[in-house]
Structure formats: C-alpha cells, structure tokens
Design a protein around this ligand. Sequence first.
Ligand code: HEC
Ligand code: HEC
Ligand code: HEC
Ligand code: HEC
Ligand code: HEC
Ligand code: HEC
Length: 408
Amino acid sequence: MIRRLYKTLLSVAVTSMLLFGNASAQDSTATAAAPAAGGDIAAGKTLFENNCKSCHNPDGEKLTGPGLKDITKRRDLAWLVKWIQNPMGVIASGDKYAVDLYNQYNKTQMTAFPALKEADVQNIIAYIDDYNTPKVAAPGTTPVTAAETGGGGFTSVIMIALIAIMALVLVALLAILRLLTKLAGVDTASTDSVSAVNFGEKVKEIFGNKTVRSAIIWVFILLAVKTTLDGLYGIGVHQGYAPKQPIKFSHKLHAGDMKINCAYCHTGVYKGKQAGIPAANICMNCHNAIKTGSPEIQKIYTAIESNKPIEWVRVHNLPDLSYFNHAQHTNVGGLDCTNCHGEVNKMEVVQQRSTLTMGWCIDCHRKTEVNGKDNKYYDKLMEAHSKTSKGAMKVEDIGGLECSKCHY
Ligand code: HEC
Ligand code: HEC
Ligand code: HEC
Ligand code: HEC
Ligand code: HEC
Ligand code: HEC
C-alpha cells in the first residue's frame, strides 16, 4: 500500500518535472530556433523592424516601397537575396521587373543590405508570411513568439522557479513518506500489511509530528521568500522598454543611414552629466527645408510656433538616489554608446537595451580596464597599480565600487 503510494508519487513528480523542464527548454530556445518552416519568425521580425520597416509594410499597403505581402509569389528567393543585397546592381543589370518597379516608384533608391545573408532573407520572409497568416484564436494553439511575450528570459525564470518548487515538494513528500513507513513499522518490501483504518490514524500521527510540521512550514517560507525576491528584483527594471514617441523620429534614418553624429543632437554627451534631448530648433537646421509637407515634420513646426517643447517620452531613467555621468564614461572612459545603449543607429524606435541595475554598473566596473590613453593623471595611478598588482587596472581599482561614487 505505502509502497504503491510511494511509487505513484515518484512517477507523478518525475513526469511533471520532465514536462516543465521541457517547456522551459523550448521557451529559452524560442528566439533562436526556427518555429516555422524555412525561417525564424522572431529573428525575421527583428531584422524587418530594424531595416525595412521605415520603407515597407509587411502587409499589402504601400509606403516608400511596395507592401511586401505575397512577395514570394512575385519573386523567387534567389532574386530576393540579390535584390536586397544590392538593389541598384539588379536595376543596373537591366532586370526588367526591377527596372519597371524602380520607375513605378519614381526612381526611389532602396537601401542596399550587403550584410544580409540568404538565411536572413528567409527569416524576413517567414516573418512577412506569418504576419499575413490569419491567427487562430483558440487558447493554447496560437503560436506566440518569444518577442511577443517580451522575451523568453522572464518565463524561463518562472519555469526554473517552478522546477525548484517541485523538487522541494518532492523532497518534503519523500521525507514524510519515509517517516510514515518508519512509524507504521512496515518493511517496505512486504506490501499492504497496513489496513486502511490503521493508515488514517498513522497519517494523523505524522502531521502531529513536530519535525514534519516544521519541514512543511520551512518549504512554504522558502517559497514565499523566493517569490518576493523575484518580484523585487523585477521592480524598476525596464529592459526592452520602447515607448511610442509623439513624433515618428527614426534613429536608424538620422544616425544610421544619414550618419549624423550622436553629439550633434545629444550635445552634452561628451561634456556633461546628461546627454540631453535636442530642442526642436536643432531639427529645424534641416527640416526648415526638408520634408516640409510631412505631417510628422508639421508637428515640429507646431511645437516651435506654440512655444511648447516636443513631449518626448523618456526611455532611460535611473532613480534619484544614483549618480551617473555621461562625460565620465564617453569622454574620460572612452566608451562607445553601444556599450550601454545597443545599436541605436539601427533602431526605428529607441529601446532600453541594458537593465540599468546596480549590478549592471558594478559588473562592468569589475571587468573593464581604465582607459589610460593620453591621461597623465592615470599614468601615475597605473604606475602605482602595477607595483601592487600584476593585472590590468580596472575601474574597481580606481574606486568604481565605492558606494559614495554612485550614491549621493
Ligand atoms: C529607404 C527605403 C527602403 C528600405 C529601407 C528598404 N526598401 Fe525595399 N524597396 C524600396 C523601394 C522604393 C522599392 C521599389 C523599387 C525601387 O524604387 O527601387 C523597394 C522594393 C523592394 C522589394 C521588391 C518589392 C516587389 O513588390 O517586388 C523587396 C522584396 C524589398 N524592397 C525588400 C526589402 C527588404 C527585405 C528590406 C529590409 C531588409 C527593404 N526592402 C528595405 C525601399 C526600401
Ligand atoms: C537628429 C538628432 C539625433 C541624433 C543624430 C541622435 N539622436 Fe538620439 N534622440 C534624439 C531624439 C529627438 C530623441 C528623443 C526621442 C526618442 O526617444 O526617439 C533621442 C533619444 C535617444 C535615446 C533615448 C533617450 C531616453 O529618453 O532615454 C538614446 C539612448 C539616444 N537617443 C541615443 C543616441 C545615439 C547613441 C545616437 C548616435 C548613434 C543618437 N542618439 C543620435 C535625436 C537624435
Ligand atoms: C542633418 C539634417 C537633419 C536633422 C538635424 C534632422 N533631420 Fe529629420 N530628416 C532629415 C532627412 C534628410 C530626412 C529624410 C527625408 C526623406 O525621407 O527624403 C528626415 C526625415 C525625418 C522624418 C520622417 C519624415 C517623413 O514623413 O518621412 C522625421 C519624422 C524627422 N526627420 C524628424 C526629425 C526630428 C524630430 C529632428 C530633430 C530631433 C530631425 N528630424 C532632425 C534630416 C534631418
Ligand atoms: C556606461 C554606460 C553609458 C554609455 C557609454 C552611454 N550612456 Fe547614455 N545613458 C546611460 C544611462 C545609465 C542613462 C540614464 C541616465 C539617467 O537616468 O540619469 C543614459 C541616458 C541617456 C540619454 C537620455 C537623456 C539623458 O541625458 O539622461 C541619452 C540621450 C543618452 N544616454 C545618449 C547617449 C549617447 C549618445 C552615448 C554615446 C555618445 C551614450 N549615451 C553613452 C548609460 C550610458
Ligand atoms: C560598459 C561599462 C560601464 C558601465 C555599464 C558603467 N560604467 Fe561607470 N565607468 C566605466 C568606466 C570604464 C569608468 C572609468 C572612467 C575613467 O577612466 O575615469 C567608469 C567610471 C565611473 C565612475 C567614476 C568612478 C571613479 O572612481 O572615478 C562612476 C561614479 C560611475 N562609473 C558610475 C556608473 C554608474 C552609476 C553606472 C550604472 C548606471 C555605471 N557607471 C555603468 C564603465 C562602465
Ligand atoms: C557603480 C555605481 C554604484 C555603486 C558603486 C553602488 N551603487 Fe547602489 N545603486 C546604483 C544604481 C545605478 C542603483 C539603482 C538601480 C536600480 O534602479 O535598479 C543603485 C541602487 C541602490 C540601492 C537601492 C536599491 C533599490 O532597489 O532601490 C541601494 C540601497 C544601494 N544601491 C546601495 C549601495 C551600497 C550600500 C553600495 C556600496 C557597497 C552601492 N550601492 C554601490 C549604483 C551603484
């Protein structure tokens, strides 16, 4: 009897752990693996949004270029790869389809993407096809990509937590069972020697046992603490935050395609604490003449005429208790913006790429070498450092882990 119970419990626990384990494995690979035939939709979506969205809709609607719905019915993969890598080359080769299309679009030149490989193009196509496939609304059957759920990271944490919980429960149950067997005085090899009535009494006895009770209580306390901690660590972390802005300003177009220097607009970034957001008159340096008819550009004029600043939505925001200085990092430290902000010059909409937690700051200070180039002050420090330590001088060695450096 007890032995059978023991066995059933064990198999239930093992099966469910396998199930959960599997789910989490699938989850964490969702961004990398190929969920649809011929391409990775999530990767395609990212590529499309970073490179194509400024000129193409994934549906049939025209933008600067044609809507890309059913593109594989119009052109084959080989043509598409050639075209995307070098559109002007295809047009110059006299390809009739390309030349006609080019004329139809008033000789607007599509950007060339020589870095995109055939696999990338396949991913983009997979995304476009998926975008145009009607979704079945039945719960559990809709293919939700990791990107839509906000990245696999959070869900896998939950899964891992669940597995941990299962393991704890299993251990507790096994402990109870072992005790049960002992108290019942049953040799586990001989089965069904305890009657059902007797068993009930024994169960009561066991839950009256102090050790068992405190074991159960501990399991619950640990679970509660873990859940609370997980929740707390999540508070205020906005990685991936990309709010909609009042004007469709594209960094990809301005900083990427047109290669305008970041500091042209973020004037404080090499000189001061704050990088700063440009005032509308910086935009006017160009837009008093460029795209004056565009409704998006009209919003800049309205802001200037009504003397109200454009209400950009703030993306990055450290709490007041911490101190961060841009010049210290970009100018003195010689760090590139991408270290902390990702490839902004490829973003249509700015997104927070780093966690901006204290751990993130500290982690970098532990592993990054101080930039000693052309810096007399550091020459002396480095000399002193090399006397006491063989390793390179890291930010932590100049006080980068001191609370007061980052907290007022
Ligand atoms: C700067 C704007 C621009 C960007 C960015 C752009 N395209 Fe285009 N694309 C065009 C234009 C305009 C055309 C029409 C042909 C022409 O004028 O050269 C076109 C045509 C195409 C065509 C042929 C469409 C058809 O109906 O046959 C495909 C496919 C295409 N683009 C794919 C892409 C992909 C994929 C990306 C991103 C990797 C991309 N384009 C990025 C402007 C752009
Ligand atoms: C033509 C002007 C212009 C250029 C050039 C430019 N930016 Fe921006 N940037 C803006 C504007 C306007 C905003 C506010 C709207 C938004 O978030 O898109 C902004 C916002 C940002 C933000 C988010 C600010 C926040 O609210 O937290 C970051 C980060 C950023 N830019 C980084 C860069 C980097 C890195 C470059 C160079 C690769 C760059 N920018 C080039 C105009 C510019
Ligand atoms: C150095 C010149 C320059 C500066 C500075 C500049 N832009 Fe632009 N902007 C351009 C050019 C060029 C285009 C592309 C026009 C085209 O598509 O032919 C453009 C396009 C745009 C578009 C897309 C318009 C549309 O309807 O297609 C928006 C929106 C825009 N800019 C907003 C801004 C804002 C906001 C600022 C200030 C933070 C700014 N720009 C600063 C040169 C500039
Ligand atoms: C060491 C990491 C780091 C580097 C390098 C860095 N930033 Fe930042 N950036 C941050 C942090 C952290 C914030 C949030 C600051 C806050 O909330 O006080 C921020 C905020 C911003 C903002 C929002 C406005 C502001 O001033 O707070 C802009 C714009 C910006 N950064 C642009 C840039 C540009 C452009 C570069 C490169 C020239 C750059 N950053 C390099 C970490 C960095
Ligand atoms: C990508 C790596 C990186 C990240 C992320 C980073 N830092 Fe730094 N930090 C540096 C480097 C490199 C220096 C050294 C600059 C120099 O040479 O003085 C530095 C220096 C500093 C200093 C001066 C330390 C001293 O002793 O002079 C402070 C304060 C600071 N960082 C705060 C922060 C804060 C706050 C954050 C997080 C919001 C942060 N940093 C994130 C790389 C980083
Ligand atoms: C390199 C910079 C840096 C150093 C050094 C540093 N902190 Fe922080 N600390 C931060 C930043 C940035 C935050 C805000 C993080 C966030 O919002 O998630 C923070 C947050 C905190 C918080 C608030 C936590 C919360 O959840 O709001 C406390 C408390 C704190 N730090 C204490 C300390 C103590 C104590 C030390 C010294 C042992 C220290 N910090 C050293 C950058 C630093």
